[in-house]
Design a protein. Structure first.
Length: 135
């Protein structure tokens, strides 16, 4: 997650930062699956086993999730400045949830993980189309 979070605020990607982020993550998941049996995000995989009982790890994971959510929310607001903070956060929670789900699933079923990331990207595109019509 973290190496790609910078894409969400990279000025070169501006309005399509969320799409770039999801595309980059999808490529990384596919590449990792082809190269190794140890798939998925190490931090999330560790959190799945220990996050409920290890307070420092729980705090780290929670911070990571907030960083992802806030990065996506910021990118969505660049794409549509008319979104309220509440609207952007609600949308960002959906995309962040799908992202984390895909990374967890990539350990078990890479095709489903990639399909989940594709669904997230499709949702971002749908929001952009709907927002464009509304403006």
């Amino acid at each position: 997650l973290r190496p790609r979070l910078g894409l969400l605020s990279d000025p070169a990607h501006r309005a399509d930062a969320s799409s770039w982020y999801l595309s980059s993550l999808s490529s990384a998941v596919a590449q990792a699956a082809a190269q190794s049996k140890n798939r998925g995000c190490l931090l999330l995989n560790t959190a799945a086993g220990l996050g409920g009982s290890d307070e420092p790890l729980r705090i780290l994971i929670d911070g990571y999730q907030l960083e992802l959510r806030d990065g996506v929310a910021g990118a969505l607001r660049v794409a549509n400045p008319l979104l309220t903070e509440s609207q952007a956060l609600a949308r960002a929670r959906i995309i962040a949830g799908l992202t984390v789900s895909a990374l967890m699933m990539s350990r078990v079923n890479v095709a489903e993980a990639l399909a989940t990331l594709d669904s997230a990207a499709e949702q971002v595109q749908l929001w952009q189309q709907t927002d464009d019509v509304a403006r």
